[in-house]
Design a protein around this ligand. Structure first.
Ligand SMILES: [Zn+2]
Length: 295
């Protein structure tokens, strides 16, 4: 057998064994099959950017109010845990500046930015080109999903936040709670958005730690999973996760699915994430070191 085919064969076999180990672990709390429609609006890996926009009418169904902002409940719960951990490390003063932003608000902010550039003498075309690097086109902001958070200690959103204690702590720890720094300094050529150390995006577990450890943006993740799935991940808590990259939805749907994402990445391609409870024999897990968001 040629070496390449042999390698592929071995990788496939390893993936199958990992999947089998995950699925047949003798867990006593097998749940009922999950209804895929529960996840219609809540794909945590939902990619929203200039190429993948949301319609003006899109409004998440399950927003919740928290400290004068509206936010996805999963992002709120993770944010509360993150703040507790941050304060346990002696860092205070970070607050949620904004989260959900509807299409009209995005339109207003974009036009405001264009007007500012035009008042500085730029043509409309130039003003829009400059604005889009700082403020997303209406419909291209992931704030419309309720999964994006702008956070601040001063009430201002600026890049120097990345060098503050809060900014550095977020860079090193946000992934542990399911958040990524969505627009890192070193990836502007991929995101086409300026470095925004204040903008967190909830993608959930285990995706945030995987993105962090592999230094990936959400734009790059679909390709990564298409190569590496089924992907088994052991979280620092000892909880085990399995990510499947599937054409069509599994039938029957496993009962322990926690997220289905992907209908908006490509037709009929899904990321199906399942979790299994902590293995009581599982020991401590070393997390990866600092990543590029501090550079
Ligand atoms: Zn933001």
């Amino acid at each position: 057998m040629p070496i390449d085919s042999c390698r592929k064969y071995i990788l496939s076999a390893v993936a199958l064994i990992l999947t089998a180990l995950f699925l047949f672990d003798g867990s006593a709390n097998a749940a009922e099959p999950t209804d895929a429609s529960d996840f219609e609006d809540s794909g945590f890996l939902w990619l929203v950017n200039a190429e993948n926009t949301l319609p003006p009418s899109y409004m998440p169904q399950n927003l919740t109010a928290y400290n004068r902002v509206r936010i996805h409940p999963a992002a709120r719960d993770a944010w509360v845990l993150l703040l507790e951990a941050m304060q346990a490390d002696g860092i205070y003063g970070l607050h949620l500046h904004s989260a959900f932003r509807d299409y009209e608000r995005q339109e207003y902010l974009f036009n405001q930015k264009v007007r500012r550039y035009r008042s500085q003498g730029h043509s409309r075309e130039d003003a829009e080109a400059l604005a889009v690097f700082v403020v997303q086109h209406p419909g291209a902001s992931e704030h419309q999903t309720g999964l994006a958070l702008d956070v601040s200690t001063t009430g201002q959103l600026n890049q120097s936040f990345g060098e503050t204690r809060s900014g550095e702590w977020l860079c090193e720890n946000a992934h542990r709670f399911g958040f990524i720094i969505r627009y890192p300094k070193t990836k502007t050529h991929i995101t086409h958005i300026i470095y925004e150390p204040w903008h967190l995006r909830y993608v959930g577990l285990p995706h945030a730690p995987i993105l962090y450890e592999h230094d990936l943006t959400l734009e790059e993740y679909a390709d990564f999973l298409s190569v590496h799935a089924p992907y088994l991940y052991l979280h620092e808590s000892g909880e085990r996760y399995l990510i499947q990259y599937t054409a069509g939805l599994p039938d029957p749907m496993p009962g322990d699915v926690i997220d289905i994402s992907g209908t908006r990445f490509a037709d009929n391609i899904y990321f199906v994430t399942a979790s299994r409870i902590r293995d009581p024999l599982y020991g401590s897990y070393e997390t990866a070191g600092k990543k590029n968001c501090l550079q």
